[in-house]
Each structure stands twice: as structure tokens, then as C-alpha cells.
Design a protein around this ligand. Structure first.
Ligand code: SF4
Length: 281
């Protein structure tokens, strides 16, 4: 289904779910270093704020227009704290807040990024922000303030932003250098978008691919790098495949979202189901 992002009404696809969630109390918008991968980033000098919304149309509004059956099944949304009802309620409340009053929402995002920047500075860390933790919204299109007409990226030129997307046009634009300088985008490969993934790689963008047993050296002829060591995607070599190993429910995913790798092609393998270790090390 194609969704027009310019119109608030175009997202409104399930009025009953939205009505039921209206009285949920919104929490802070950014989670700071609250997952294992972003905590790893702190060791490398970065403090990461991630915003988690209710993915796909689980709030009643569609925030992942290109979601596939496979990615919905393996979505990060239910990982870690996402397993708790309270977390899901907070994500719904945030999503409704975005659709109910976008101007105020963007102002609140601004304030939280400003606070993150100050906190990171006090600790000698570099602030990094991922706005689409569990959504796929085109943040480059939303103007924070109508008079100046600036996006959140333009307001914080010294903050590094990054996201994953399934909208290949956004990832191709990034690969061609047509996105804001401080916004890095990685395309997420799924069971139904191999051709788009290749277009992104050919445009010098990055593509995240989930593999089942371990990581191969190449995918479709492009180099695979280990994307599991941290979430600092903006440091990835352009034009490479970011290899991730399936976790949790994803290990049993059979739609084609998770790519099987023959044993003899595996270069990186999870050690006791966790850390990836390079063969021969
Ligand atoms: S597009 Fe991303 S956030 Fe949305 S359902 Fe798929 S995996 Fe989850």
C-alpha cells in the first residue's frame, strides 16, 4: 500500500485502535543508550538516543509503508523491553502524539536532542540520534518550524543522525549524497526487495541483510561487513552489505526475510549464540 506522508489523514487507517489508545500517557521520546548495541557504542565514544514508535500500523497509523510480512514477524519491536506491555503502551502514546500534534511533537524532539547533546558533552561523548528505531518515517521532510522551514537535521548540524529504511528511494538518495550531510541511511533488505537492495548498493549506499547461521564474505557480489558489533551505521564503508545474524524469533523466520548461508560460506559465526567470531580467530 502506498502511503502519502504529506497528509496526516493518509496514515489514519484504524480509528478503533487509535481511539482506544488516546488516553495512554506519553513518556519521553528518546531512549538513551537503552539497548545492548547502543551501550556498545558508548564504549566507542558515542551516546545514542533512539525513538521507538509503534511499528507498521499497530497504533492505528501506518509508520512503515514498505513493511513486509517477514520484517513484521522479526521486528525489533518485541525485543528486549519491547516485551513489556508498558513499553508497548508508551510506543503507542508517542505515535499518537506524532499524529495528533506534529508541531508540538517536533518541538519536543528538538528539546530532547538538545538535552542529549548537553548530557553527552558532560560525559565527553558524541551525541548520535536514531529517530526510526521501530518506524520508517521520512524525517527529512518534516519542517520543525514553519517560519524558518528547517528540519531537525538542519537544527542540529553537529549531531549525527542515522536510520534504517525499507523505502529504497530514500537509501538511493543517501548513496548519491542527496540527503542531509548529518543523516546516514541504511536500506533494510527483506524477502520482497532484493532488486531494490541491489539498486541501493549500486548507488554506493549500504544494505542491511539478516543471515541465519552466520555471515558470508559476500552477498550478491558485494562485501559483507559485521553489523552486529555495534549500531554505529554511519561509520560503515559505503557500498557494503551490513550483515546481521538472526536473533530470537527471527531464527525461525521462513518467509525469506532471513537468508540461509551454506556452512562452507560462513566467515563470521555467533559464539554460543551471541558474539560474532571470525572463523580462524
Ligand atoms: S519496517 Fe522496520 S520497524 Fe517497521 S515493521 Fe518492518 S522491521 Fe519493524
Amino acid at each position: 500500500m502506498h502511503v502519502a506522508f504529506e497528509s496526516g489523514n493518509a496514515f489514519n487507517i484504524n480509528k478503533e485502535v487509535i481511539a482506544a489508545a488516546k488516553n495512554l500517557k506519553p513518556k519521553a521520546l528518546l531512549n538513551i543508550d537503552a539497548n545492548a548495541k547502543t551501550i556498545k557504542g558508548q564504549k566507542e565514544g558515542f551516546m545514542t538516543g533512539v525513538m521507538y514508535l509503534s511499528p507498521e500500523k499497530s497504533s492505528g497509523y501506518q509508520v512503515c509503508p514498505k513493511a513486509s510480512a517477514g520484517c513484521i514477524a522479526a521486528c525489533l519491536n518485541t525485543a528486549g523491553r519491547g516485551a513489556f506491555d508498558s513499553t508497548q503502551r508508551a510506543r503507542k502514546a508517542r505515535t499518537l502524539r506524532f499524529f495528533d500534534n506534529r508541531d508540538q511533537f517536533l518541538k519536543d524532539v528538538y528539546r530532547e536532542i538538545e538535552a542529549l547533546g548537553k548530557k553527552a558533552k558532560r560525559k565527553g561523548l558524541v551525541p548520535v540520534v536514531r529517530l526510526n528505531g521501530t518506524s520508517d518515517l521520512p524525517w527529512e521532510k518534516f519542517k520543525l518550524d514553519k517560519t524558518l522551514g528547517k528540519t531537525i537535521f538542519e537544527h542540529f548540524p553537529d549531531v549525527q543522525f542515522y536510520d534504517y529504511t525499507k523505502i529504497h528511494q530514500r537509501a538511493v538518495k543517501f548513496g548519491k549524497g542527496e540527503m542531509p550531510d548529518n543523516y546516514h541511511i541504511t536500506f533494510s533488505r527483506a524477502e520482497d526487495n532484493d532488486a531494490d537492495a541491489i539498486k541501493v548498493l549500486e548507488a554506493n549506499g549500504n544494505v542491511a541483510v539478516v543471515f541465519r547461521q552466520g555471515l558470508p564474505a559476500k552477498w550478491k557480489g558485494f562485501d559483507v561487513i559485521n553489523g552486529d558489533s555495534n549500531d554505529l551505521r554511519f561509520r560503515d564503508e559505503p557500498g557494503t552489505v551490513v550483515g546481521l545474524v538472526a536473533k530470537g524469533k527471527g531464527k525461525k523466520e521462513t518467509s525469506g526475510f532471513v537468508v540461509d548461508v551454506p556452512e562452507n560460506e560462513i566467515v563470521w559465526k555467533p559464539e554460543r549464540g551471541k558474539k560474532l567470531v571470525k572463523k580462524g580467530e
